[in-house]
Design a protein around this ligand. Structure first.
Ligand code: SF4
Ligand code: SF4
Length: 285
């Protein structure tokens, strides 16, 4: 698990390591919910801890990032052990220039909150970049996305959106030079975007790049969790439009649910999604 994904102190929902004395102490008087995930024939044992407090949609994100990073790290580790070439690394950013990143309602609120809480000059810079990207997107009207019952996006819609986005030529507003300026808080879709093959494929210079399948797509999970908590449909927001979306949906960002309920739904959704994802992983060769 990456150190930068730790849940903040005082969080009511977090991933707990049963072997860590400090975490065991912190986890006293909370409910621990098992969230095992099969990865390449092994079981990754993960535990969610929830206090008696409440959480907003944004409060679910740190724990989701922890789960996401643990699952992703183990998946990449296993792929490398099986001799897949994974060229992804710091400073490689063609994907940040080519793909429109979808964020869930949970992440839209969490990321927008982070931008507003940043130092004033940095906050203004990020807001300006988001605004410029959002303006360009709205000038060119994105295709509408639809979702199936498992929270996944319709494939034809995704292809149409990718083509449209390449044509309008908008880099991610958080890309500075060749690095992600919100790396520790980047969306789960970015955290899980790895390819196997050649980085040249990501730039369109070869067809030798295939996406590394993950046993759990955390973006789907977060979308489903928000939909269940809010009794609403699964939705995704294009990252450059998230600040405007949060303005319009501000009241949803203030709603709270018991942390234990959120943890149960999160753990159950991860397990259910893992069953489907494991079948996809077994097809990678
Ligand atoms: S997905 Fe492609 S462009 Fe992005 S980091 Fe990996 S190799 Fe580089
Ligand atoms: S949020 Fe960061 S990692 Fe994701 S597309 Fe933007 S710059 Fe790249």
């Amino acid at each position: 698990m990456q150190a930068d994904s730790a849940a903040p102190d005082g969080a009511n929902l977090f991933v707990v390591d049963p072997w860590s004395h400090a975490q065991r102490q912190r986890a006293e008087a909370v409910e621990i919910i098992g969230c095992d995930v099969p990865v390449a024939g092994e079981t990754l044992r993960l535990n969610l801890a929830a206090t008696a407090g409440d959480v907003t949609l944004a409060d679910i994100v740190p724990a989701a990032r922890q789960l996401c990073d643990a699952i992703t790290a183990r998946t990449v580790e296993r792929a490398v052990a099986e001799k897949y070439n994974i060229p992804c690394g710091r400073g490689c950013s063609a994907c940040c220039r080519r793909y429109l990143v979808p964020v869930t309602a949970c992440e839209a609120f969490a990321l927008t909150g982070r931008i507003l809480a940043a130092a004033p000059a940095r906050s203004r810079r990020m807001q300006r970049r988001l605004l410029l990207a959002a303006r360009r997107i709205m000038e060119h009207r994105p295709p509408k996305l639809s979702f199936d019952e498992s929270g996944g996006c319709n494939e034809a819609d995704l292809t149409a959106t990718s083509r449209w986005y390449e044509q309008i030529d908008v880099s991610c507003p958080f890309l500075e030079g060749d690095c992600c300026s919100i790396y520790s808080a980047r969306p789960v879709a970015c955290r899980q975007h790895f390819i196997h093959g050649s980085a040249a494929g990501c730039m369109g210079h070869s067809d030798d790049a295939e996406r590394l399948p993950m046993p759990v797509q955390m973006a789907d999970v977060l979308g489903l969790v928000a939909a269940q908590l809010e009794s609403a449909e699964v939705e995704a927001v294009p990252l450059p439009l998230m600040a405007a979306w949060c303005d319009v949906n501000a009241e949803r960002g203030l709603r709270t649910w018991p942390a234990v309920l959120a943890a149960e739904i999160l753990a159950r959704t991860v397990r259910q999604t893992a069953l489907e994802g494991t079948r996809e992983m077994s097809g990678v060769r």
